[in-house]
Design a protein. Structure first.
Length: 93
């Protein structure tokens, strides 16, 4: 089965993002707990600076694996289940 270029690019972005251990931990955390803000994620992951966490969250959001919801000054993150099911079903087990 031949896939279109957009689908291949999407898969590459997601696999590249998940290839970094901290981003994989973030994605796995967000499959267990939905709608966490940056400070909640930071408190659950040890030894990660806020700026580093923001970078990882941006990478995961840009590739389409995370959805975000703004509420005032807070941004809440959750896993895009459709993208995870299609490209990274391991996260959902």
């Amino acid at each position: 089965m031949v896939r279109d270029n957009a689908e291949v690019r999407q898969a590459v972005k997601i696999y590249k993002a998940l290839g970094e251990p901290t981003r994989l931990k973030i994605a796995m955390l967000l499959t267990e707990e939905k709608n966490l803000c940056c400070s909640d994620i930071q408190s659950k992951l040890e030894s990660i600076a806020g700026s580093t966490l923001s970078h990882h969250l941006k990478q995961l959001t840009d590739c389409g694996l995370l959805d975000l919801r703004k509420d005032g000054t807070y941004i809440y993150y959750s896993v895009n289940r459709e993208a995870a099911q299609k490209y990274a079903p391991y996260l959902l087990t």
